[in-house]
Design a protein around this ligand. Structure first.
Ligand SMILES: Nc1ncnc2c1ncn2[C@@H]1O[C@H](COP(=O)(O)OP(=O)(O)OP(=O)(O)O)[C@@H](O)[C@H]1O
Length: 337
């Protein structure tokens, strides 16, 4: 089995600490997202795992074997980048077969395998086309098939869908999920898109400033964020002073000056209730099945709430209307700067 063990890995560029003492245990066969803002060190960490970058300190083991000082080739890594580097002068079939032919695999085996991979990435019938005759999403699926052809121990993907439009991205997410279920290769992908990470990954590693902020399942990360950074990065949030009128019922530690409240956790009522705070509706924005309600509290503090279409109709909310709001739940962190 091919789990990955990362111990205290660090990498500096000049005086800039891109990866700062990161330790991670990645289970064999899992699908992991490295999620973080631009420049947080995600790609550098991925390149360290691949062996494309050398760590200043720390250790990386793949399948129990220390590979820290091993070459890229000996690590059994398949790498897919944002820009599909397919060979333009080769057909899709030839592109997928490339690595197998390099390994001098028997012709019949190559043929069978290429057909199976075309089917796996749902491109049957397109094997004789050239890359320029495919859409961006299809090309990226070819890149995946080509990488999987040589049966890597580990699949690394760096913003694999980054260059594609939202609809194609969504389709490719489903493809990758399906592919992973079929092939079950340990997979790590880099993304700055929290929705992509939530939808695809078994576990998410949230990275900020070269450090791991939290590792958890999508639900753990969303419902139980470990730090203010994770709370703000993974999903929308209102950041309010702990003294706000909306928190009359909650008691926060004196050290927590800021409280984080998800828009979904703001309850809107048309009549005052115990512990509800008066607010005025500034704007109502239709987002599809969900509706964003922008409100301001008496002290001028702005609060965003997300409610369902049904609730909007039931409450018959209108801009400038006076309503009452209260939190379902809110989170304060002990040492907010
Ligand atoms: N070869 C390099 N030389 C100098 N600085 C580098 C090098 N590679 C990365 N960096 C710097 O290290 C930091 C982390 O880069 P990295 O590419 O790992 O971030 P990232 O989280 O993947 O961001 P993005 O989503 O923008 O790709 C950045 O500030 C980047 O400029």
């Amino acid at each position: 089995m091919t789990g990955i063990s990362i111990e205290n890995i660090s990498r500096k560029f000049g005086s800039f600490q891109a990866v700062d003492k990161i330790s991670l245990e990645i289970e064999s066969g899992s699908l992991i997202a490295l999620l973080g803002p631009s420049g947080s060190g995600k790609s550098t960490l991925l390149r360290l795992i691949a062996g494309l970058e050398t760590p200043d300190s720390g250790r990386i083991a793949i399948a129990g074997r220390d590979v820290t000082h091993r070459s890229v080739r000996s690590r059994g890594i398949g790498f897919v980048f944002q820009h599909y580097a397919l060979f333009k002068h080769m057909t899709i079939r030839q592109n997928i077969a490339f690595g197998l032919e390099l390994q001098k695999a028997p012709k019949a085996k190559v043929r069978t395998k290429v057909e199976a991979l075309l089917e796996l990435v749902q491109l049957q019938g397109l094997g004789d086309r050239y890359p320029s005759q495919l859409s961006g999403g299809q090309r990226q699926r070819v890149a995946l098939a080509r990488t999987l052809a040589v049966e890597p121990q580990v699949l690394l993907l760096d913003e694999p869908f980054g260059a594609l439009d939202a609809k194609v991205r969504k389709e490719l997410r489903a493809s990758l999920r399906h592919l992973h279920q079929q092939v079950n290769v340990t997979t790590i992908f880099v993304t700055h898109d929290q929705e992509e990470a939530m939808e695809l990954a078994d576990r998410i590693v949230v990275i900020n400033k070269g450090k791991v902020e939290q590792v958890g399942t999508p639900a753990e990360i969303y419902d139980n964020p470990a730090t203010p950074f994770v709370m703000s990065f993974v999903g929308p949030v209102n950041v309010l002073p702990s003294t706000s009128g909306i928190f009359q019922r909650q008691s926060f530690k004196p050290s927590s000056s800021q409280v984080f409240l998800r828009p979904h956790d703001v309850l809107i009522q048309t009549k005052p209730e115990e512990a509800s705070a008066p607010a005025k509706i500034n704007r109502i924005v239709h987002l599809g099945w969900e509706v964003e309600v922008e409100l301001s509290l008496k002290d001028g503090q702005e609060v965003t709430a997300y409610i369902t279409r049904e609730d909007l109709d039931r409450l018959q909310l209108q801009p400038t209307q006076k309503v009452y709001i209260k939190p379902r739940k809110a989170k304060a962190f002990a040492s907010v700067a």
